[in-house]
Design a protein around this ligand. Structure first.
Ligand SMILES: [Ca+2]
Length: 278
């Protein structure tokens, strides 16, 4: 009963948190367009790989980005707005789907999570996932969960605005399934516009587990190169908004958290892999 109450309270609280989305583009990671179709295709293919789970992944180049939110935007936990350098990594183009997670369960003997009220559809993001289950899936697929910094850099896709496409919440529906347009359920991944690096559903559909422990004031003392979160904690970080969240809680810098042994019907995940790792 206590877990149910905690989950309900967390669910209600998280309805106040933000999410984000991307711009329409044919390529990811900022690679330039060329006039030669062949070299353009080659450039695009060199920036994408397919994971062992069959999921397409997009390269995010090494480099700096501005993490968190400036004064007057988002929540106190997102400040200070600070510069972070990350090594290169690949990130899933889409949220992990029901079909992909079912394949993992069949291969490992694990059970599917609790079925949501709207049922399971193969091309929807899987939900009701505990943090440990997300980690187990990522490990099985030869990947890992993104750090909070990796997730936010991928979401922003080079932008420093409230959302990946700009500051106007009125355009969020072009990029995200959130409370206004979701009909209170998940939707097939990849239906909305991607961000500038070709990543889908970063601002909406489901909030996504990250590897970091959550600490409200972490940004005040976090390292400026490849931060991985506090050494320990009680809650794990979740990034992005979801079908349940208002636009207020779907911005790029949003930071959610939940006990890793809990799950919610609007929480899922996607995976990353360090570039150069095999
Ligand atoms: Ca999402």
């Amino acid at each position: 009963m206590r877990r149910v109450i905690v989950s309900i309270l967390a669910f209600l609280w998280l309805s106040w948190l933000p999410c984000h989305a991307g711009e329409e583009t044919s390529d990811a990671g900022g690679s330039s367009q060329t006039q030669n179709g062949t070299s353009q295709d080659a450039a695009a293919s060199s920036r994408t790989i397919t994971g062992k789970d069959g999921a397409e992944m997009i390269l995010v180049d090494e480099g700096e980005f501005m993490m968190g939110s400036p004064d007057g935007e988002g929540w106190q936990s997102e400040r200070p707005h600070h510069k972070v350098f990350l090594d290169a990594y690949y990130i899933d183009k889409y949220e992990v789907t029901v079909k992909q997670y079912r394949k993992f369960c069949e291969a490992t003997g694990k059970s599917m999570p609790r079925t949501p009220s709207f049922g399971w559809q193969d091309d929807h993001p899987v939900v009701n996932i505990m943090w440990n289950d997300a980690v187990a899936y990522a490990t099985w697929a030869g990947k890992r969960l993104p750090t909070e910094a990796e997730w936010e850099k991928a979401c922003r896709a080079g932008s420093e605005t409230r959302y990946c496409y700009g500051d106007d919440a009125g355009n969020l529906g072009e990029y995200a399934w959130f409370s206004v347009n979701s009909g209170n359920r998940t939707h097939p991944v990849g239906q909305k516009k991607p961000n500038a690096w070709g990543l889908y559903d970063m601002h909406g559909n489901v909030c996504e587990w990250c590897s970091d422990w959550y600490e409200e004031g972490y940004y005040k003392s976090s390292p400026d190169r490849n931060p991985t979160g506090p050494e320990n904690g009680r809650y794990r970080v979740l990034c992005g908004g979801s079908w349940y969240n208002r636009d207020l809680n779907c911005h790029s810098g949003i930071r959610g958290w939940l006990d890793p042994s809990n799950w919610l019907v609007n929480y899922g995940f996607r995976c990353v892999r360090s570039a150069g790792s095999e």
